[in-house]
Design a protein around this ligand. Structure first.
Ligand code: FMN
Length: 399
């Protein structure tokens, strides 16, 4: 057994929090905080995780579940698990294998991977790495010309659905990043980097891999006509010039014939608008608490959106999921499936591909155990009767 396999063994890494702590040790503080942090006071970030405590289970006793079915379908894709891997920008900073490793592990587990526009690896390489479905998450960075070129590449490479993220008209204020000198480290002068170098150099394992990988990656999927791939440092400014609007959805439809999933919905009205615009699904998401702080947790927002969708489109959700029981609760409240963000990215930062694999093993094991303890034999058989929610949540569902 290699040292890395030993450090990921089931006695040492029991839950996602263990992977989080490993990641904190392995990568520089600037990289860890970029992954771990949220916007402003991090109210929503914390509430996303806490909200699962408000929902309690109502198990059926004395039921023997001989076979437990974790598979489901999402916008026509067969998935072996009720969770997919969410788009996580800059994954290549966490580990050189980045998006390629995450996609490959998702495929091993028979589930889907969603590639962020802000990827250090070429979308073709990411798609080639997975046996599972791959979806492309589109920001309009670099304008419509760059987006049209990316969509054509994504279609040719075999991406089967498009995710439009609508909660990022500007980047949220993630206060840990400026404190850690993220901007200076990514693109500042050597002189500007000096105050932040001791922390970087205290993580030689990460530094060696980062330098061997060629340093800060360019964004290979945002090719600005006449200029080439966008620099990582330019993303913040470009985001605020590229707000995605409902009008863009009409234009996107002309360039993408497959399913379109709108990510970043928190209220019923927006779910109804997404239906009117022809979306195949919505993702109840607040970007993992990284955008507008003080919005409600996604679990709390879910019942209102499910009620508004009224069975016309599928509702996915993400945010704060650190255990399989969180996944099961979201599905009981009407989510078709969920997306995992930090849950697998901690594994990537902790140990590359084996770390992502361990994260998925943990979550899969949790989901199966939770179903058996609930006395339920299939993900698709979960419903509201398996959970108790606070009274106030019921009225929100009727908005
Ligand atoms: C480091 C990081 C980068 C992210 N980058 C993107 C992105 O490029 N596009 C996007 O739509 N969402 C992005 N997200 C949001 C995730 O897709 C997802 O909504 C969120 O992580 C879910 O919350 P969780 O991390 O608590 O699971 C990012 C999240 C993190 C943590």
């Amino acid at each position: 057994m290699t040292a890395q396999a030993r450090s990921l063994s089931s006695s040492k890494v029991v839950n996602i929090e263990d992977l989080r702590r490993m990641a904190q040790r392995r990568v520089p503080k600037s990289v860890f905080d970029y992954l771990d942090g949220g916007a402003e006071s991090e109210l929503t970030l914390n509430e996303n995780c806490r909200a699962y405590r408000d929902v309690t289970f109502r198990p059926r006793g004395a039921v023997s579940v001989s076979e437990c079915k974790l598979s489901t379908t999402v916008v026509g894709h067969d998935l072996s698990l009720p969770f997919m891997l969410a788009p996580v920008g800059y994954s290549r900073l966490m580990h050189p294998e980045g998006e390629v490793a995450a996609a490959s592990v998702a495929g091993e587990f028979g589930t889907g991977y969603i590639l962020s526009t802000i990827s250090g690896h070429r979308l073709e390489d990411v798609k080639a790495a997975t046996k599972g479905p791959a979806w492309y998450q589109l920001y309009l960075l670099g304008g419509r010309g760059a987006a049209e070129a990316a969509l054509e590449r994504a279609r040719n490479a075999g991406f089967s659905a498009l995710v439009m993220t609508v909660d990022t008209p500007v980047a949220g204020m993630r206060e840990r990043d400026p404190r850690n000198g993220m901007k200076e480290l990514l693109g500042g002068s050597p002189f500007a980097k000096i105050p932040f170098l001791p922390d970087i150099l205290a993580h030689p394992g990460w530094v060696i891999l980062f330098l061997r990988d060629g340093g800060v990656p360019k964004l290979q999927n945002i090719v600005i006509p006449g200029k080439g791939p966008m620099e990582l440092l330019d993303v913040g400014a470009a985001l605020s010039e590229s707000t995605v609007t409902w009008a863009d959805l009409k234009w996107i439809r002309e360039h993408w014939s497959g399913p379109i999933i709108v990510k970043g919905i928190l209220i019923g009205d927006d779910a109804r608008r997404a239906i009117d615009e022809g979306a195949a699904a919505v993702v109840v998401s607040n970007h993992g608490g990284r955008q507008l702080d003080s919005v409600s947790s996604t679990l709390r927002a879910l019942p209102e959106v499910v009620a508004a969708a009224n069975g016309q489109i599928e509702v996915l959700m993400d945010g704060g999921i650190r255990r399989g029981s969180d996944i099961v609760k979201a599905i009981c409240l009407g989510a078709r499936a969920v997306l995992i963000g930090r849950g697998y990215a901690y594994g990537l930062a902790a140990a590359g591909k084996p770390g992502v694999r361990r994260a998925l093993e943990i979550l899969k094991g949790d989901v199966e155990r939770t179903l058996r303890l609930l006395g339920c034999s299939a993900i698709t058989a979960l419903d509201r009767s398996f959970v108790e929610v606070p009274q106030a949540w019921e009225s929100r569902a009727n908005h």
